[in-house]
Design a protein around this ligand. Structure first.
Ligand code: NAD
Length: 469
């Protein structure tokens, strides 16, 4: 099918490349000229594992073309809107990019089009789209509006798109439902040539759930808010563990064995970030508020998350006594590993707090340093983690990149001013760090000191079976 994807960001690029990979003819539009030029020249504007290879493959086969928004609107029978929906100062989602695309479609498209919202939008956005397409339409446009929320995770976006847990389509007509079933048939049947796995024959086929548009929109916001709630919940349990001397890793493991709870998203840390959870929780609170429902549960989720940085800073103060004048190494800037995305990353408020208290920050991230420079211009960016740690009074682990787990920590120890690690992601093994001579502070687990028999205070847990998780 001829498909247009509007917006070549983390979601749009993945959607465009994967729809081309499963056999569609895809036109991907981007309004940012620099980004568009890069894409036309085969240069990736973002880092996302596996995406570059399938994008280039699709381009070389003529399955994927990049261009402007107007050309995109003219191309596809189905038009996937993948533009950003950032938060406004009051927490509402900013829908101006969505509205702009809808108006352009109404004015320029003709014949039948299936307009699919893939961006994360508040409930009833589909209804608004239908209404405003009707107001602005010309050229005998006939259309359906559908909601197809995206559940991919940055860092594993390609795999998530091609092997999803579920595909949700919110529609108001059988025609729209059938078109979306046709578009996703290679995924629901798992019949495409998989670019990342050798053998997908035993993979479970994902269910395509058809709902009304309002429900599909709510599924996305409710899902992200629920996951954020799990993170804030375990973060509060971690705080409690720190006070009473329990180990949150063991608590989470014990909780997660109950299938009603499940083990995922029970990893405590310095809080959630990225372009989804923080803004989606905020938007969901606002949606509820405007509908007369007081979703104060989610306000607590947000509050707990915002307090994570202050809590981590307090632990640093307890270790260093005085932060002013200290050299702090920050390992990890991206909001999670395997992405270069720093939007709403905890590293940003954390580093701003460090600078605010008079520390000098040297940082390293395998992929996110270029993007971080806009938000954090006043820190030293290092070519590798060892350089970042040289002479440090404290090393803060902020993103759980595999590279940090695999580091030669004894080499690090020999170059630091003070052997102190604060692990904001519980990435490392406490016992091993203690034996190497570090004071090691993690989240919701007993701290260990050099030489102390850490095994007595830190019982091996799921994450500590080996240095590798
Ligand atoms: N990033 C994620 O992990 C993720 C996951 C699921 C859902 N989402 C949702 O998907 C949406 C997009 O997120 P993203 O991370 O890809 O954002 P992004 O900012 O990376 O990408 C959006 C792109 O759309 C472009 N754009 C804006 N207006 C345009 C127009 N009129 N024509 C063509 N291009 C236009 C922007 O220049 C930008 O490149 C958001 O609503 C987000 O909440 C994101």
């Amino acid at each position: 099918m001829k498909i247009s994807v509007i917006g070549a960001g983390y979601v749009g690029l993945t959607t465009a490349a994967c729809l081309a990979q499963i056999g569609h003819q895809v036109f991907c539009s981007e309004s940012d000229n620099d980004k568009l030029e890069k894409l036309k020249n085969g240069i990736m504007p973002i880092f996302e594992p596996q995406l570059e290879a399938i994008m280039n493959d699709a381009r070389s086969k003529g399955q994927l073309v990049f261009g402007g928004t107007e050309e995109g609107i003219a191309w596809g029978k189905a038009i996937f809107i993948c533009v950003g929906t950032p938060p406004l100062p009051n927490g509402d989602a900013d829908l101006s990019a969505i509205e702009g695309v809808a108006r352009a479609i109404a004015k320029r498209a003709s014949g039948y089009r299936l307009i699919v919202e893939k961006s994360t939008v508040p409930v009833q956005t589909g209804a608004q789209l239908r209404k405003h397409l009707g107001i602005h339409q010309s050229n005998a446009l006939e259309y359906d509006v559908a909601s197809n929320p995206e559940f991919l995770r940055e860092g594993s976006a390609v795999g998530d798109f091609l092997h999803p847990d579920r595909i949700v389509v919110g529609v108001e007509s059988e025609r729209a439902a059938n078109l979306l079933r046709e578009i996703y048939a290679p995924v629901t049947e798992q019949s495409f040539e998989c670019p990342i796995h050798k053998d997908c024959s035993n993979r479970k086929r994902p269910r395509l759930l058809v709902t009304d548009t309002n429900s599909a929109e709510l599924i996305k916001h409710a899902s992200n808010s629920f996951l954020a709630m799990k993170i804030s919940f375990i973060n509060m349990v971690a705080n409690l563990c720190e006070v009473v001397g329990a180990d949150v890793t063991q608590v989470a493991e014990g909780m997660g064995l109950d299938p009603r709870i499940g083990g995922s998203f029970l990893n405590p840390g310095i809080g959630f970030g990225g372009f989804c959870f923080p803004k989606d929780v905020q938007a969901f609170i606002r949606i509820a508020q405007k509908s007369g429902c007081d979703f104060s549960l989610l306000k607590e989720v947000e509050k707990i998350n915002q307090e994570r940085i202050g809590h981590f800073m307090q632990r640093l103060r307890e270790e260093l006594w005085v932060v002013r004048g200290k050299k702090i190494a920050v390992l990890g800037l991206a909001f999670k590993p395997n992405t270069d995305d720093v939007r709403f990353a905890p590293s940003i408020p954390l580093i701003n707090a460090l600078i605010g208290e008079g520390a000098a920050v040297s940082a390293y991230d395998p992929e996110a340093m270029e993007k971080a420079k806009a938000d954090l211009p006043d820190i030293k960016y290092c070519a590798d983690p060892y350089t970042a740690c040289e002479g440090a009074d404290a090393i803060l682990l902020v993103t759980e990149w595999e590279e940090f787990r695999q580091m030669d920590w004894s080499r690090v120890k020999s170059t630091v001013e003070q052997p102190l690690v604060l692990d904001g992601r519980n990435l490392l093994k406490a016992e091993a760090m203690s034996q190497l001579g570090f004071r090691y502070v993690s989240v919701g687990r007993p701290s260990v000191s050099p030489g102390r028999d850490a095994a007595l205070s830190v019982v091996a847990s799921k994450k500590e079976v080996s240095v590798l998780r």
